[in-house]
Design a protein around this ligand. Structure first.
Ligand SMILES: NC(=O)C1=CN([C@@H]2O[C@H](COP(=O)(O)OP(=O)(O)OC[C@H]3O[C@@H](n4cnc5c(N)ncnc54)[C@H](OP(=O)(O)O)[C@@H]3O)[C@@H](O)[C@H]2O)C=CC1
Ligand SMILES: O=CC(=O)O
Length: 311
């Protein structure tokens, strides 16, 4: 069994990785952690984790290692670069990449790992910081079935439900489709809040009305109230949501699927990034909506004179 004695390596201690690794420790797993910025390991060590100085060192020590990294570039770097995963992966060792990446990235990692005798699954997750802390993620796994089954004790700690979706790439694609829908919905909410306020309605009344009707959903309920307070403390960084829109649009290109709504949502997230909002929560796209709306009415200069909140 890959997760013998509930022991696992963990690469990447950002918002999600820190919550997930902490959760594994809390549930009796021995966890060896690595993060590019090594100081971020300290808090995990206080909670009982061990440190691996490099990804290769973690792979050498653990039979199974999970990664939770920002994007395709990070996921590839940790595997292929010097002192990376490939230097120690071998027969009997499993690697589970839970980062949100595209199917091509996942396939490259799969090929490299399996050609050295290792085992691979991708397992991106749906659910943000709080579900990660509470073990309530939805896990979208694909790849070697035997490794998926061996990982179930860990997935049961990390998530409320795991899906096995078949060949490598299917987990990545499912995650991108879900996040494309989520990003479009966030833009619809932003525009609705901007339109309500600008046309003289109380945005809180709008949220209350939405919550009682057919389009009520947990995201509007959670993000709506903080958006009207201009509070964008990051749970899901906007730069990652824009990356997911970009990767989903590329999947649409490959398959000749026209996605005008997602394309417009992507533009709004890009605008928000250009305003310096990439590290804030993805709901900060509301600031871009407000700026765009005001620019279209009276121009940016005049907007600033009127004290409209900018970047
Ligand atoms: N936050 C959320 O709500 C959710 C996020 N996701 C996905 O999970 C993944 C992680 O997200 P999140 O934790 O929020 O992101 P963060 O930005 O908080 O963390 C990113 C992590 O990736 C590491 N990293 C970035 N670039 C590199 C690199 N070149 N080499 C090595 N390590 C690197 C960072 O290291 P360092 O600390 O050194 O910068 C950090 O550990 C992303 O793919 C995201 O799309 C999925 C579901 C929900
Ligand atoms: O990827 C983000 C999420 O909330 O799911």
């Amino acid at each position: 069994m890959a997760m013998e004695e509930k022991e696992v390596g963990f690469l990447g201690l950002g918002i999600m990785g820190k919550a997930m690794a902490t959760n594994l420790l809390r549930n009796g797993f021995k966890v060896t952690v690595w993060n590019r910025t090594l100081s971020k390991c300290d808090e995990l060590v206080e909670n009982g984790a061990s440190i691996g100085e490099t990804p290769a060192a973690v792979i050498k020590k653990c039979k199974c290692t999970i990664a939770m990294l920002s994007d395709p570039k990070a996921a590839l770097s940790v595997v292929f670069d010097k002192e990376g995963v490939l230097e120690q992966i071998c027969s009997g060792k499993g690697y589970i990449d839970m980062s949100t990446v595209d199917a091509d990235t996942s396939s490259k990692i799969n090929e490299a790992i399996t050609s050295r005798g290792g085992h691979f699954i991708e397992a991106p997750v749906s659910g943000s910081k709080k579900p990660a802390e509470d073990g309530q993620l939805v896990i979208l796994a694909a790849g070697e079935k035997a490794l998926y089954e061996e990982a179930i004790p860990a997935f049961n700690v990390l998530g409320k439900r795991s899906f096995y979706l078949g060949q490598v790439g299917n987990g990545a694609k499912m995650k991108l489709v879900v996040n494309m829908i989520m990003g479009s919905m966030m833009n619809a909410l932003s525009e609705g809040l901007a339109l309500a306020s600008t046309s003289g309605l109380d945005p809180q009344n709008l949220l209350d009305v939405l919550d009682l009707g057919a389009i009520a959903n947990p995201m509007f309920k959670m993000k709506g109230p903080t958006m009207i307070q201009n509070n964008y403390s990051p749970a899901f960084p906007l730069k990652h949501q824009q990356k997911d829109m970009r990767l989903a649009l590329a999947l649409g290109d490959e398959n000749a699927v026209s996605m005008p709504v997602a394309a417009a949502a992507n533009e709004a997230f890009k605008k928000a990034r250009s305003m310096g909002l990439g590290d804030l929560d993805f709901s900060a796209v509301f600031e871009a909506t407000k700026i765009c709306y005001f620019e279209s009415l009276v121009g940016f200069q005049e907007g600033q004179e009127h004290g409209i909140r900018g970047p």
